[in-house]
Design a binder for this molecule. Structure first.
Ligand code: GLA
Length: 381
């Protein structure tokens, strides 16, 4: 991403210079759909990000925003409703900050990014964190990174309508070059895990499809989990979220919860355990076990959580056939990417075969991204 282009555009539109901020997308090695169940996740920020150039414009509350990738301008006050759908993210971040006592005044901005949309790499969290970080810095609001992540998440909940967990915004705010983040999504305790798998590479294959209204399907999964937890709580009052539940506890309510909710909860309990086993394997540099857990995760997401799709399953099968160490769908699901842990010497053959086979079958060329684990939200000098 060339920040100079953004600065030039800002100057052309508003006649002055603004400050430049950025916040990245993320990958997640394992721990999927566990965040809103209070479980653990293992994300890392990547070298694909959203960027904004921004400056106060002296008005009490007029916001002028230009989306450079779409060549679209929107202008709104803090009491209006933005016209463009992307305006909701900026508007939401402002309002979530105001709810927390901040004074936000009018500003001009230009933004763009290279996080692919709908690819499960959290372009929306990157946008929220970029504006959250920028406004916080520009107006000296004093929010810490934890609060900025929560502001982004609340924007999804209250202005976008996705009842997401905290993983994406946390990774975007806290990312660190070369490290994954082991995050306890309940306490928000976190630990950086240096990730440099010698002899392996991490590669994403983007199906370039997005099926179903992913946001409503996502919210439904969350409801199922909360439902199952509430049945378990009747017998085990200490169970606040599925993170606190065991398989035995879930089995006790098998005749009370729906078969569907049971299956969803089963996946989550297994996935939280898998995440722990994966971290343990990582301490031993045991990437064979890490890879095995990734495949197990995919099967669970596909068959029990039912958030995969034909295209993702296809790419996962090709990975297995090519002897790739670990592979699974990544993110919310219904399209987007698979994440693949592949021995360096197999990388090129795998990518070639996967892209050719995929294109032959679906008549779409998948996109390939080699993952570089990078820093989180920051100001660019
Ligand atoms: C989306 C959400 C996250 C998380 C993942 C699934 O990316 O925004 O909070 O739930 O799906 O792990």
């Amino acid at each position: 991403m060339n920040a100079q282009l953004l600065k030039d555009k800002f100057k052309a539109l508003y006649g002055s210079e603004g400050s430049v901020y950025t916040s990245p997308g993320r990958i997640n090695l394992i721990g999927e759909h566990t965040d809103y169940n209070g479980g653990f996740v293992l994300p890392g920020a990547i070298d694909k990000a959203m960027y904004c150039v921004i400056k106060p414009n002296g008005t009490p509350d007029r916001i002028k925003a230009y989306a450079m990738d779409l060549s679209e301008m929107d202008e709104f006050g803090l009491d209006d409703i933005p016209i463009k759908h992307w305006g909701k993210y900026i508007f939401g971040v402002c309002h979530e900050m105001m709810k927390r006592g901040a004074t936000i005044k009018g500003f001009d901005c230009v933004f763009a990014g290279d996080v692919p949309l709908g690819a499960g790499m959290s372009s929306s969290a990157a946008l929220e964190s970029c504006f959250g970080f920028a406004l916080n810095d520009m107006y000296n609001l004093g929010f810490d990174r934890f609060e900025l992540a929560k502001i982004g998440q609340a924007t999804e909940h209250n202005y976008v309508g996705v009842k997401c967990g905290i993983m994406d915004q946390f990774a975007s705010c806290f990312g660190k070059n070369g490290s994954l983040i082991k995050l306890d999504c309940r306490s928000l305790d976190y630990e950086y895990i240096p990730f440099n798998p010698k002899g392996y590479r991490l590669v994403l294959l983007n199906t370039c499809v997005a099926h179903e209204l992913a946001s409503s399907a996502y919210n439904k999964r969350r409801e199922s989990c909360e439902n199952a937890a509430s049945y378990i709580r009747k017998y085990h009052p200490e169970v606040e979220l599925l993170r606190d539940a065991t398989m035995d506890m879930l089995k006790e309510v098998v005749n009370e919860v729906s078969a569907e909710d049971f299956m969803r909860a089963e996946f989550v309990i297994e996935e939280i355990a898998r995440m722990g086993e994966t971290c343990e394997a990582l301490t031993r540099d045991d990437f064979e076990t890490v890879g095995k857990k990734m495949y197990e995760c995919h099967i669970g997401l596909s068959r029990k959580y039912e958030v995969s799709c034909e295209e993702l399953d296809f790419l996962n099968d090709v990975a297995r056939q090519c002897g790739v160490t670990g592979s699974r769908m990544m993110g919310g699901g219904f399209g987007g990417c698979t994440i693949n842990l592949v021995k360096s010497e197999l990388h090129d053959d795998f990518v070639k075969r996967a892209t050719e086979d995929y294109e032959r079958k679906f008549r779409i060329k998948p996109k390939v991204y080699d993952v570089v684990i990078s820093d989180g939200a920051r100001k660019l000098e």
